[in-house]
Design a protein. Structure first.
Length: 678
């Protein structure tokens, strides 16, 4: 892999700050004094809510570089914002909201590795010298998955870094070709979308791989109408599509929120089958009609909700690529009004208390806020429901009930003022206090489902107020330590939380035949913590701050036989001393090529195809529009090839297929028992 630049040790006006550390705040650089040096500023002059970033950008030869883009994204704002370096290569960026960021610098094909975990305290100033190097170019082509026709004007977005904070976009040309330059490393995700097609992503691609081909599947549409029990059209009904499996369209960087700042929050499935995922929503028009477009082909359930009616949903619907499922009719029944009050232990109504309604027939909870007398109401309620009052400084109160054909149901939720404070101290393995640890405390009782957070002081001490009666669960997190978890805490005082420095765990994966480094291998850790990563182009991987314990580690690649090992991560004897896994060598598999036919010998598209007895469905591929398939990474030897389809059924090859490493075995035919037309 070509060197793509590095953060260098250049001294910028006498200041060099290691990212991710807390530096002294008395030596500051002002915009006007870049030419004259550094002056001392008193803490009273610091901006209490923002920070300043400054520095200088250099090219490959160490010369100042003008017009370079310096971008930041993180807890203070997202998507990324940027500034440009001046004629002398310098940049100055004041009034950055305090927080934790990822810093990137680039110009055309020149780029530097990201500075991750950059902590900008309120009032702090940081200075960097950054040297750019030549990055690599990701090229590819966007085509129709069934016809192979080039797709023009497809939007291609790359989100770089582990968290995907920084994004860039381009569009495919008349031949479906696209190109993104100046990429460093392999930690990126690619998203591709086009009108009339299902968005693809996240996709991975490494520097060593040939230009990629992105095959987009034609999108599906569901149309229908919502009526009441009399057959009258219902306007303004909220229609939601829930798909089985991961049918949600990819959408990188579409909002202004990263979950830690203000911004829109998507609906979250809260009920029904755990296998169903929220996909899309619309509202009905005046004639009760609705249209759900740009859906990924597959099975769906459509739900309908309205304030005056009980929720309703459709039967399971199967929709194919490029097809429209029309005539979906949903009938809604009238529901009861659930009226209630939130009161304190003396019976006085409490104003402004959020109240949540969760129903067994509703996949998304409803929310309300109490009026001045503590009252609230929900309409269109039917079936089993739970109602929870969620005060900001008191434990929640919850009641469950069944609502039938009644027109009005009443309820009262009484809040308790018997509150407790959990006190303790966070320490490292040597008994020294750990400051700045984020503690999350969760109550165990289902009647008081409270969750509160706090930070430890400089000496590690902490207190979490406004808690209900114990027991509690507690978790502690800190950038320099692995997560610590305490369960079933009964004591309210002197709780001791011990955090381990964690283990830096690394290794290397090679091709067993050639001995070459193997990139883009999926590496998963399963044990006290669950982690996953991809090997870099040089075959290496690393897990940082991993809790100690026994893990199962697995390695998988589409063209190689998977492998797994068991490893014990022990506490490091020296600070940051890594633990290294013995070199992993993956054996290359073979490729099986064939076709899937139905009972009438017609080709079957979108059939799942895999090998093994029992079949390895987690390694399955899909047949194309001609029923043809290509299975990579099949273990050498004699294997059975199995295919299945929701309409045509499931079957396997008449005889096993002989597979040899690095060779292609053609001619595999799987005939399914049913006709695709059924």
């Amino acid at each position: 892999m070509r060197a793509a630049g590095a953060i260098t040790g250049l001294l910028v006006l006498g200041t060099f700050v290691i990212p991710g550390t807390y530096g002294a705040k008395t030596e500051l650089i002002s915009e006007a004094q870049w030419a004259t040096g550094v002056r001392s500023v008193s803490p009273g002059e610091l901006d209490a809510g923002s920070a300043t970033l400054a520095g200088r950008i250099y090219d490959e030869g160490g010369r100042p570089l003008a017009g370079a883009t310096v971008s930041l994204a993180g807890s203070g704002f997202w998507p990324a914002r940027s500034v440009r370096s001046g004629a002398d290569g310098r940049f100055y960026w004041p009034q950055i909201p305090a927080g934790i960021y990822e810093l990137r610098a680039s110009k055309g094909r020149l780029v530097a590795p990201p500075v991750e975990g950059l902590i900008l305290d309120a009032g702090a100033r940081r200075a960097f010298g950054i040297q750019l190097g030549r990055g690599w170019t990701l090229a590819g082509r966007v085509v129709d998955a069934h016809s192979g026709r080039a797709i023009r004007d497809a939007e291609v977005t790359i989100a770089t870094g582990v968290l995907g904070l920084h994004t860039r976009r381009t569009r495919s040309d008349d031949g479906g070709q696209f190109e993104l330059t100046g990429i460093v490393g392999d930690e990126h995700s690619l998203y591709v979308g086009a009108d009339g097609y299902v968005a693809a992503g996240p996709l991975r691609h490494s520097e060593t791989e040939p230009p990629m081909t992105v095959r987009l599947e034609r999108a599906s549409t569901i149309e229908g109408r919502v009526v009441d029990e009399r057959g009258w059209a219902l306007e303004g009904v909220l229609i939601r599509a829930f798909g089985e499996g991961d049918l949600r369209a990819a959408s990188p960087g579409a909002t202004d929120s990263l979950g830690v700042t203000s911004g829109p929050v998507p609906p979250i499935s809260a009920g029904g089958s755990g296998a169903l995922a929220f996909v899309q929503q619309v509202t009905t028009s005046r004639d009760g009609a609705f249209v759900l477009s740009s859906l990924r082909p597959g099975p769906y359930t459509i739900t309908a909700s309205h304030d005056d009616f009980a929720p309703a949903e459709s039967e399971r619907l199967q929709v194919g690529p490029g097809r429209t499922r029309a005539g979906v009719d949903i009938v809604m029944r009238s529901g009861a009004e659930l009226a209630g009050r939130v009161v304190d232990e003396r019976g006085n109504g409490l104003e402004g208390i959020p109240v949540e309604l969760r129903a067994s027939t509703e996949r998304v909870p409803r929310m309300s806020v109490t009026a001045s007398d503590g009252s609230f109401s929900f309409r269109g309620v039917r079936g089993g429901v739970s109602v929870t009052a969620l005060p900001y400084d008191l434990p929640p109160a919850r009641e469950s009930l069944d609502v039938g054909d009644e027109e009005l149901v009443t309820i009262e939720l009484a809040l308790s003022r018997a509150l407790y404070t959990l006190r303790g101290r966070v320490v490292d393995e040597g008994g020294f206090g750990v400051g700045g640890a984020l503690l999350t405390v969760s109550a165990k009782s289902p009647q008081t489902p409270i969750r509160r957070t706090a930070k430890s002081d400089a000496d590690g001490s902490f207190s979490v107020p406004a808690l209900p009666e114990p027991p509690f669960d507690l978790s502690a997190e800190h950038p320099g330590f692995s997560q610590a978890i305490l369960a079933d805490i009964d004591s309210m005082d002197d709780v001791r939380v011990v955090m381990s420095a964690g283990v830096t765990f690394l290794g290397e994966v090679l091709d067993d035949w050639t001995g070459d480094a193997l990139g883009s291998v999926q590496v998963r850790l399963d044990g006290p913590a669950k982690r996953d990563t991809m090997t870099r182009s040089d075959g290496t991987f690393v897990f940082r701050r991993t809790p100690t314990g026994t893990y199962d580690i697995s390695f998988s690649h589409p063209s190689y036989e998977p492998q797994s090992r068991r490893v014990v991560l022990e506490p490091p004897h020296y600070v940051d001393r890594p633990q290294e896994l013995a070199t992993v060598r993956l054996g290359p598999g073979g490729t099986v090529v064939g076709e899937v036919l139905d009972a009438l010998s017609d080709p079957v598209s979108n059939a799942e195809v895999t090998w093994g007895d029992p079949p390895r469905w987690e390694r399955a591929t899909l047949s194309d529009a001609h029923g043809e398939f290509r299975l990579r990474g099949v273990p050498a030897g004699s294997v059975w090839i199995t295919a299945r389809h929701p309409v045509a059924g499931e079957d396997w090859t008449v005889d096993p297929i002989t597979v040899r490493p690095l060779e292609t075995s053609p001619g595999a035919v799987v005939r399914l028992p049913n006709s695709i037309d059924e």
